[in-house]
Design a binder for this molecule. Structure first.
Ligand SMILES: [Zn+2]
Length: 501
């Protein structure tokens, strides 16, 4: 491939140096890692099922297996790099989870109460070496032995062996089977109003009520656990990893003050209490009481918004719906694997431009930038090394840069134009001037730095203050559509709490 239409040295702060491009690196990521990542994406592409229903079924089954994998990570005693290769479907979800780095850090921190799980990187080289190989390959063999022995599950996931979806009612624990189509409707955003009615207790399941139940279960878990493990989204700060314990404890104490296991159990046992408009109302009551008691400043501004972000309408085991995250990644996979990256020079340029891209984030909280496809490849690859990625972004920009692929197209277009403008101003070279291929610019994605909740900066506080905790009419309508608009069973908020302003 043609070298580049790079600007001449001196034209930018970080001029391209063609002779060194093949050895360009950012932390653990060099050209070789980008190539291994491209191979892995080819493998992922091969997992996509032509049949949409089978596709979702595979993802839902993989989610259960991924939960087991996380437990294996927690119990792993050896060095992270000696970890056996997980099954490819597990890697598929692990990869998607890592690509939301701040939520990934929330979830990993929550499993152990520290950052040690961030030291596990996705084994790119292992997958590269075994791509297209048979199960006889040493790495696959040892991976399979470890997996089967630890979980009792087959290493290769065959979604066709589960003709029905087995479920247990979250409210009465009644076990029954439903069709995969029904579960898929429930779990995906294809049909947000989809509901399932328990034949035993008549409880209505939908994304709203199930996620509310998960929230209350975690509150109970927090209250009953002698170590007081914490709720999603509250426990990790990108900049103060070690000094947070007392702040987190204080948040939880104020927020759940007065709640007992018995009162929370009441909420858990009623699907109506698990509707988010009721939970939001409880948060507001708590804020009101805290204001009266002048305790409002005792809780970090980010706690309630992040908690809502990590639970509301999230039905899986993590702070985001992993199946949906996998689906969102597919357009990137499609675009990036359709390019022939025939030489290491173009990949080296991608790494160099990625570092320049990060340079635009330095000290700029709440700045949303959109990468080009080559920058995005380097960025994604870097995120597969969570600890090094966190360190790099905190060190070079002052914050743990998040990656958010849920923006609307019009927002992406606006922010892409802004990115190009900032790039030109800083580097004196056009943002889209040195592509390995023109198609590199076709795909847009977005970075979202330190939005509200990721730091306690004044900007984050202002954003949090704007977060509307009172359910809007739209919220109420949405929650009510799945049921009779029913009440909250008469429960009164039990906690004294604080808000975010
Ligand atoms: Zn039931």
């Amino acid at each position: 491939m043609a070298a580049t239409t790079a600007p001449s040295a001196g034209a930018s702060e970080m001029p391209f140096t063609p002779e060194n491009l093949a050895s360009e690196r950012v932390g653990p990521v060099g050209v070789n890692e980008l190539q291994c990542h491209l191979t892995l994406l080819q493998w992922f592409k091969g997992l996509e099922q032509g049949d949409t229903a089978m596709d979702f079924r595979q993802l839902l089954l993989a989610e259960v297996r991924y939960t087991q994998w996380l437990q294996l990570l927690v119990s792993w005693q050896g060095p992270p790099e000696y970890l056996p290769l997980p099954p490819i479907d597990v890697a598929y979800l692990w990869h998607a989870h890592m690509l939301t780095p701040v939520k990934y850090a929330w979830d990993m921190y929550r499993l152990t109460g520290d950052t040690r799980l961030l030291a596990f990187s996705l084994p790119l080289h292992g997958y590269n070496d075994t791509y297209g190989q048979t199960q006889e390959h040493g790495l696959l063999k040892s991976g399979a032995e470890y997996w089967i022995q630890a979980t009792g599950l087959p290493y290769h996931l065959d979604p066709t062996v589960e003709p029905d979806c087995k479920v247990a009612c979250p409210w009465c624990r009644h076990k029954y089977s439903c069709s995969w189509d029904t579960m898929i409707e429930l779990r995906t955003q294809r049909s947000p109003k989809a509901t399932l009615k328990c034949p035993a207790c008549d409880a209505l399941w939908n994304r709203d009520t199930v996620s509310g139940q998960i929230f209350w279960r975690d509150v109970l878990w927090h209250l009953e656990d002698p170590d007081h493990r914490f709720l999603r989204g509250t426990q990790y700060s990108p900049v103060q990893w070690s000094e947070l314990q007392s702040a987190i404890e204080k948040d939880h104490t104020i927020l759940f003050d007065g709640l007992t296991a018995a009162t929370v159990n009441e909420r858990i046992s009623s699907w109506k209490s698990c509707q988010w408009h009721n939970i939001l109302r409880e948060f507001n009551e708590v804020r009101y009481r805290a204001k009266r008691r002048r305790r409002l400043r005792g809780i970090r501004s980010t706690t309630i918004p992040n908690m809502i972000r990590a639970y509301r309408e999230v039905n899986g085991p993590c702070s985001l719906d992993l199946g949906l995250a996998v689906l969102r990644q597919r357009s990137f996979t499609q675009s990036i694997t359709s390019i022939t990256w025939s030489d290491s020079e173009s990949l080296g340029i991608a790494i160099q431009r990625y570092k320049m891209f990060m340079g635009l984030m330095k000290g700029k909280r709440c700045r949303v930038l959109v990468p080009t496809l080559d920058v995005d490849l380097a960025w994604h690859t870097h995120q597969l090394f969570p600890k090094q990625y966190a360190r790099y972004t905190i060190f070079s920009t002052g914050q743990h840069i998040n990656h958010d692929d849920t923006y609307s197209k019009s927002r992406l277009n606006t922010q892409f134009a802004l990115t190009a403008k900032l790039w030109l101003k800083k580097y004196k070279t056009p943002y889209t001037a040195s592509p390995p291929k023109a198609t590199v610019w076709d795909h847009l994605k977005v970075t979202l730095a330190a939005i509200s909740g990721l730091s306690d900066s004044p900007m984050a506080r202002r954003l949090s203050a704007r977060q509307q905790l009172v359910p809007s009419k739209k919220d109420l309508k949405r929650s009510g559509e799945a049921n009779d608009g029913g009440g909250d069973g008469g429960e009164q908020p039990q906690s004294g709490a604080v808000g975010d302003q």
